[in-house]
Design a binder for this molecule. Structure first.
Ligand code: SAM
Length: 220
C-alpha cells in the first residue's frame, strides 16, 4: 500500500507521531528529493531505508517500478515540504495506485495554504486555492475575479522573485481587496503582512521580499 505523508513546512517539530511511525514502518520511502529529505529522516532516526525519487522530471519513468513495488510492499510518499500532491509531485502516483487497486492512506499534517488561511483573519468558510499564481496579468486577474464572484478567499503560492510583480497586478485590478501575505510560516522569520495590496507592497519593498510566501485575497 501507499501512505501519503505530510511533513513540516519549516519547523521540524511539526511532524506528527503518525508520520514518524509510518515512515519507520514503511518498507521504502518515495521522496521528491532524497537529499533534501535526509535531514528530516536523520532527525527522526528513520533508519536506513531504500529511497526512490519521485519528482516532476522523472514521474513517468519512475511510475512502473514504484507500482510494481507497491503491489507487494508498503511505501511512504513524502515531498520537500508539506502535503504531497499539493503543488508538489504525488498526484500521478496516487492516481496510478487507484488504477492498480493499491490501497492508499493519507497521513495528514502541514500545508502552507491551510496554515496561512487559518491565521490570516480572512474568511475561511469558502476558499479557492490556485497552487502557484498564474504568471500573466490577464490569467491572474481572471481567476481572482472568479474567486470574487463565488465569494471565496483566494489563496496562492508565489516565489520571492515574483511576489512584488504579482502584488502590483493585484493592486492595479483589485485595489480595495483585503490581502494577506504569509511569509516563512513556522520558521524564525515568520510574519503576516495584512492590508490593502498597496500597503503590503510598501512593506515588502522594505527588503522583506525574501523567503517563502502564501498570498491570500478576500473581498468581504
Ligand atoms: N506541498 C506544499 C504544501 O503542502 O504546502 C507546497 C509545496 S510548493 C512546491 C512550495 C511553495 O509553498 C513555496 O514556494 C511557497 O509559496 C509555499 N510555502 C511552502 N512553505 C512555506 C512556508 N513555510 N511559508 C509560506 N509559504 C510556504
Amino acid at each position: 500500500m501507499l501512505y501519503v505523508v505530510a511533513t513540516p513546512i519549516g519547523n521540524l517539530k511539526d511532524m506528527t507521531l503518525r508520520a514518524i511511525e509510518t515512515l519507520k514502518l514503511a518498507d521504502f520511502i518515495i521522496a521528491e528529493n532524497p537529499g533534501h529529505s535526509a535531514k528530516l529522516l536523520r532527525h527522526y532516526e528513520i533508519g536506513n531505508k531504500k529511497i526512490f525519487q519521485f519528482a516532476e522530471h522523472n514521474e513517468h519513468r519512475a511510475l512502473p517500478t514504484l507500482i510494481a513495488n507497491l503491489k507487494s510492499q508498503t511505501g511512504a510518499l513524502i515531498t520537500d515540504a508539506g502535503t504531497p500532491g499539493i503543488s508538489d509531485p504525488g498526484f500521478r502516483l496516487v492516481r496510478a495506485c487507484v488504477e492498480n487497486g493499491i490501497k492508499i492512506a493519507p497521513i495528514p499534517g502541514p500545508s502552507a495554504a491551510i496554515a496561512a488561511l487559518s491565521a490570516s483573519g480572512l474568511a475561511t468558510d469558502r476558499f479557492l486555492f490556485l497552487g502557484f499564481a498564474p504568471r500573466t496579468e490577464i490569467k491572474l486577474t481572471r481567476i481572482i475575479s472568479l474567486g470574487k464572484a463565488v465569494e471565496s478567499t483566494v489563496i496562492f503560492y508565489e516565489s520571492p522573485f515574483r511576489i512584488i510583480k504579482t502584488l502590483q497586478f493585484i493592486a492595479k485590478h483589485f485595489p480595495d481587496c483585503h490581502a494577506v501575505v504569509a511569509r516563512e510560516l513556522t520558521k524564525v522569520y515568520e510574519e503576516f503582512l495584512r492590508g490593502a495590496p498597496s500597503e503590503i507592497l510598501e512593506q515588502l519593498t522594505k527588503n522583506r521580499a525574501k523567503g517563502e510566501f502564501a498570498v491570500l485575497i478576500s473581498f468581504k
